[in-house]
Design a binder for this molecule. Sequence first.
Ligand SMILES: C[S@@+](CC[C@H](N)C(=O)[O-])C[C@H]1O[C@@H](n2cnc3c(N)ncnc32)[C@H](O)[C@@H]1O
Length: 297
Amino acid sequence: MNYRHAFHAGNFADVLKHLVLAQCLEHLGDKPKPYRVIDTHAGVGAYDLTGDEARRSPEWMHGIDRLLKADIPQDLRESLDPYLHVVRAMNSGESLTSYPGSPEIAARLARAEDRIHLCELHKDDSVTLDKRYARDARVKVQAMDGYRALPGLVPPREKRGLVMIDPPFEHRDEMAFMAQAAKSALERWPTGTFIFWRPLKDLWAQERFDVGLAEWLIADQGLEGEKLLRADMWVRELKEDGPLAGAGVVVVNPPFKLEERLLKLLPWLTELLAQDEDAGWRLDGCINDDSLMVDEF
Ligand SMILES: C[S@@+](CC[C@H](N)C(=O)[O-])C[C@H]1O[C@@H](n2cnc3c(N)ncnc32)[C@H](O)[C@@H]1O
């Protein structure tokens, strides 16, 4: 349990993950019926960008800071609005000092009737999280292994909602743990929206996760191919060692507009956040072994 998200808050990987999360939440909020968010690896909820960790590793300067300073084309604003609305609401002054984690994005986009369940295994972080939402009756914090808690949390009473699985990938078998959790939760709740975050580091393990999940969902569970979406972005040449260069999400049961929106957004966002000429992105629906890493530059 050495991972500290404060070192990475607001980086390119957070930008992609959090804008997808915000899009999914916005879609869930379009209908009056309440929904539930289950965040299995919640972190501390929000991050101080002036704090020691963020100053020592200012990854946010190449992520959310570039996005906030960019001249966003008119046709992309709608896709970015829910996410940027949350970031701006936390930063009333001129400079960027705070960044929302996934719990804060959920707390700010959810309505009074929606519910948010947060699991965080790190003892101190779960205490921080609990204090942050102590007065928010919609939020429940559980200091527990999110993988172990998940089967008991799905399907939620609302029967609508989203599960976010965003582990730290400290363990070499993390991808296998995530796959196991994915299958058992999706068997219980096949209509829930699921967001799985994974780094593009060990590409063999990542591909095995994506393709394995897709095959199981489509062949065994009868999921339609269009209910599966993968969005990845890399800002430098992908390497197994060294700092993270690429990451993305697999979304099961995505909102119907997500693919179309990401198709417009990803080329622009990749160019904005690129750190060298090897940056690229990919977006594919029905994931299979023939999926290609398309470098769009
Ligand atoms: C990548 S961070 C989460 C960031 C957060 N989802 C966000 O977007 O702001 C991963 C978090 O998972 C916690 N963690 C690690 N293993 C866990 C487990 N098995 N169950 C729950 N939390 C875990 C870590 O302490 C860390 O805070």
